[in-house]
Write a protein that binds this ligand. Structure first.
Ligand SMILES: C[S@@+](CC[C@H](N)C(=O)[O-])C[C@H]1O[C@@H](n2cnc3c(N)ncnc32)[C@H](O)[C@@H]1O
Length: 421
């Protein structure tokens, strides 16, 4: 292995007031870039593996600076808010645009708004806009309560009997009434009233889950809805019948919890779109200072299937959502290349891209290498792969070649800087 390993003490990393001084020109070398990034906290290890420089440290922790309660919306393969917060804090200033082309539940744009930056987000699935937009314009709890009082809770149109696997007849009637009411008042392709938009977002998050805080009987977590047939089997195995739930009370309780850390401060107007990340004409060239993103990892997560019930509630036809699955590494790398080419158009010279990838297939596929190679021909300086490692003692495992250890919890982030050419 051709790496130089240096063991350095852990360092206080998440400093509040420090800002990344945007270098006037691209760094002459990796050494310069590392020196710049050391201002954020000294890496506990630096190494070069397969020709790629890695910086390894506990740059942020989940415990440090708890994420704002407004983030508590579940979504498959979402990252923690601490990740975008770290890069936003150090690489941008208030008013700058921060973008995620694969925004999922919207962790990056929501965190950007919390930090007074312009939130810019895209996801090919319109469900992402429904999860993100309401948390950028949060109504008051009183407005939500008043609006819920206006719903005709028993005015349900035809109910889908298959859904009785999840809900009692009365709960299903109330959910269906709310769905119809929202579809009439707040069609998904319009800009709706923020109170209606909020209620839909919360309801989407309470449809199914494993506690009485959800509308359903016990089932899988809310971001992974099983089919009605599988749910009937779960019911049989557990000897359970869906109980009546108070839909309005559950929505209010979750709203209270989401808002418990206080309001989202004023921020520049958001831009949210639903294009493939590779072609986003609604986002202007050279308009973004920082991208923090995490693409789908090969074909690991079935976003459309996992979200079928949420899509039903929102009125999204999943068959029309073009979420591509990339079974081969080459197909995935091509998608990443095309996305980075689009980001080269959108990111300002001197701006950054932090591109997070997960560990897949037991560490046998190192996605960060595929990203590194995909960026080679594009107008980016490839700075390094930053590895945020939760426990220092696991450092020896973190670059993945032998990283089959269960429980090793790392984020690997390819960090790029847009060149001026
Ligand atoms: C790993 S998740 C992102 C999660 C996000 N970081 C968060 O914190 O919620 C990947 C997202 O990419 C979206 N997606 C898949 N293919 C896409 C494409 N070609 N263009 C845009 N979005 C896509 C999926 O719908 C999914 O929401």
């Amino acid at each position: 292995m051709d790496f130089a390993y240096e063991s350095l003490p852990l360092f206080e990393t998440f400093q509040t007031d420090r800002r990344w001084p945007i270098a006037p020109a691209a760094p002459a070398s990796f050494t310069d870039a590392v020196r710049d990034f050391r201002q954020f906290g000294q890496p506990s290890a630096e190494l070069t593996e397969g020709g790629i420089p890695y910086l390894i440290n506990e740059f942020w922790t989940s415990g440090q600076r708890q994420a704002h309660s407004i983030h508590e919306v579940s979504y498959r393969a979402c990252f923690k808010a601490q990740l975008p917060a770290f890069f936003i804090q150090h690489l941008t200033k208030p008013g700058d645009a921060v973008y995620d082309p694969f925004m999922g539940r919207g962790t990056t744009p929501v965190q950007a708004a919390l930090m007074g930056r312009r939130p810019v987000g895209n996801d090919v699935n319109p469900l992402s806009v429904l999860l993100t937009r309401p948390r950028l314009t949060v109504p008051s709890l009183t407005e939500v309560a008043r609006r819920l009082d206006q719903v005709g809770w028993n005015d349900a149109d035809t109910e889908d009997p298959a859904l009785l696997a999840f809900y009692s007849p009365q709960t299903l009637r109330h959910i269906t009434a709310l769905r119809t009411w929202l579809m009439e008042r707040a069609p998904i392709d319009n800009t709706p009233d923020p109170v209606d938009d909020w209620i839909r977002m919360v309801a989407i998050n309470r449809l199914t889950g494993h506690s009485p805080g959800f509308f359903s009987v016990y089932t899988l977590p809310p971001n992974q809805a099983v089919s009605a047939q599988s749910q009937r089997k779960i019911n049989e195995q557990r000897g359970q019948t869906p109980p009546d739930r108070d839909v309005k009370k559950i929505i209010l309780k979750k709203s209270t919890s989401l808002m418990s850390d206080g309001p989202v401060p004023r921020h520049p107007a958001a831009i949210l779109t639903t294009s493939p990340a590779q072609a986003t004409p609604a986002i202007q060239s050279a308009s973004v200072s920082l991208v923090v993103t995490s693409p789908p990892f090969l074909d690991i997560v079935q976003y459309a299937e996992d979200n079928w019930l949420r899509s039903w509630f929102a009125g999204i036809d999943v068959a029309t959502v073009r979420i591509a699955q990339h079974r081969t590494e080459m197909a995935w790398q091509n998608m990443v290349h095309d996305t980075l080419a689009e980001l080269a158009r959108i990111v300002k010279p001197g701006g950054h891209v932090a591109f997070e990838v997960g560990e897949v297939r037991g560490g046998k596929v190192l996605l960060e290498r595929l990203v590194w190679e995909a960026a080679a021909s594009l107008p980016f300086d490839r700075l390094f792969v930053m590895v945020n490692q939760q426990a220092f003692t696991k450092t020896a495992n973190c670059w993945g070649v032998r990283n089959n250890a269960k429980g090793t919890n790392t984020n690997r982030i390819v960090v790029l800087r847009r060149r001026a050419d």
